[in-house]
Every structure is written in structure tokens, then in C-alpha cells.
Design a protein. Structure first.
Ligand SMILES: *Cc1c(COP(=O)(O)O)cnc(C)c1O
Length: 223
């Protein structure tokens, strides 16, 4: 029984390779995170069988349940990519290989506490480069203070910046958001850049993304 997932995975990887080529970057410089939120564990197994290892989940309890159900898949890495409430930090701290939506010190402190005694959790600080008041993420101006405090926490390692800019069909505008995040990452000495989704991952790679988060192009539309 084929769902076409292996073909879609191959096609996304080919598009990533092309974007890397256009940007003059080695293909290994970009990690594909397959965003499996709201999709069944069976599809994750199928993607794993096709060679995929990095998976992204938005909701802490869903992450906890899937990690348990799929604990036999060796080398699978979970990326927690959604906003996190303090009381759910424990689920992420326990199973995640990286957290991509760090924008509150309270969450940072709790994550750090829960990782003490194990390896520090690699984190991407979420920045609001789209300037929308409803979106999560820190304002660029709030970064220095936030980084100063978060960098002191022993259970975390800040590895980069993350953003989910408002979707737009205006290519220049999308590039503008991605370029802004890259410049911030340079100026703050955080080389990781988690940016780009199904809609715009090629542009994100051309702008320097080290990690793209792609759901729909791999798993289809979500309900
Ligand atoms: C859902 C989600 C994605 C994936 O979006 P697609 O459009 O399905 O590729 C990426 N990043 C975040 C933070 C998400 O919530």
C-alpha cells in the first residue's frame, strides 16, 4: 500500500538540493524537518522507512504520545516547533532534540530546570520579523536582553533563531523577512536559522536557512 509519501519526500529533497545549488551551498547545510502535527504515527513510520529522521510537532501532548508510540524508531529526532505553556514543558524536555519556539523566559527557565543532569536542549529563539501584533515571537529589539538572560541557563544551548513570517505571495517581501532574520542571527552570533515552510522553503534556503520545517508538501493538507 503506497500513500505516495516516499515520492513526495524525494521531490521535496530534490527541491532543497536545487535551492542549495542556486545559493551555492552544500546540500548538507540544510536539515529538513518533516512537520507531522495532526498526522497519524503510521505516516511518520512510513517517512522514517523512506529515510527521514527529523520530525516536527506543535503540540506538547501529541509529541509525548507519538514519541512513546514510536520509541522503537532508532535515531529519530523530535523537534518541538510550537508555542509552549509552562505546565507542558516537561513533555518537550523529556523527548525533544530541539525546541524552536523559545520566546518566554519563564519557559526557558523551566526547560533548563527539566534538562539539568541530561544534555542541554538546543533551542532556537523565535523572532517576530513580520511585525504582526498577534504572532508569537520576540520583537527584534527585545532580543539582546532576552539572550543575555537565556544564555545563562545551564540546561539550554541557544543555537539559532526561528521565525514563521506571515504567508505572502510577494517574493520580495518574503525574502525581506528571511533576510532580516539572517542579519539578526549574524549580529547575535546565533548561526542556526529555522525558517521556511511548504509555502516558501526554497526562498528561505536561498536566504540562508539551516533548517526548514515542511508539513503540507510531505503529508498533505491538515484537517
Ligand atoms: C505547521 C507548521 C509548519 C509547517 O507548515 P506547512 O505549511 O504545512 O509546511 C512549520 N512551522 C511551524 C511553526 C508550524 O506550526
Amino acid at each position: 500500500m503506497s500513500t505516495g509519501l516516499a515520492e513526495r519526500l524525494a521531490s521535496v529533497k530534490a527541491r532543497i538540493a536545487k535551492a542549495c545549488e542556486r545559493a551555492g551551498r552544500p546540500v548538507e547545510s540544510v536539515t529538513l524537518v518533516a512537520v507531522s502535527k495532526l498526522k497519524p504515527a503510521a505516516l511518520i513510520r512510513e517517512a522514517y522507512a523512506a529515510g527521514q529522521r527529523d520530525f516536527g510537532e506543535n503540540y506538547a501532548q501529541e509529541l509525548r504520545d507519538k514519541a512513546q508510540e514510536l520509541s522503537d524508531l532508532e535515531g529519530l529526532r523530535w523537534h518541538a516547533i510550537g508555542p509552549l505553556q509552562t505546565n507542558k514543558v516537561k513533555y518537550v524536555a523529556k523527548v525533544a532534540s530541539a525546541f524552536h519556539a523559545l520566546d518566554r523566559l519563564e519557559v526557558a527557565r523551566e526547560l533548563s530546570k527539566r534538562r539539568e543532569g541530561t544534555s542541554p536542549l538546543p533551542c532556537y529563539v523565535e523572532v517576530n520579523v513580520g511585525g504582526e501584533s498577534t504572532k508569537s515571537g520576540l520583537e527584534p529589539a527585545a532580543l539582546p536582553d532576552f539572550l543575555g538572560q537565556a544564555r545563562a541557563l545551564p540546561g539550554l544551548t541557544l543555537v539559532g533563531l526561528m521565525s514563521l513570517p506571515p504567508p505572502t505571495d510577494d517574493v520580495a517581501r518574503a525574502r525581506g523577512y528571511f533576510d532580516a532574520l539572517r542579519e539578526l542571527s549574524r549580529s547575535h552570533g546565533l548561526p542556526g536559522l529555522s525558517m521556511g515552510t511548504t509555502h516558501d522553503f526554497e526562498l528561505a534556503i536561498e536566504a540562508g536557512a539551516t533548517l526548514v520545517r515542511v508539513g503540507t508538501a510531505l503529508f498533505g493538507e491538515r484537517d
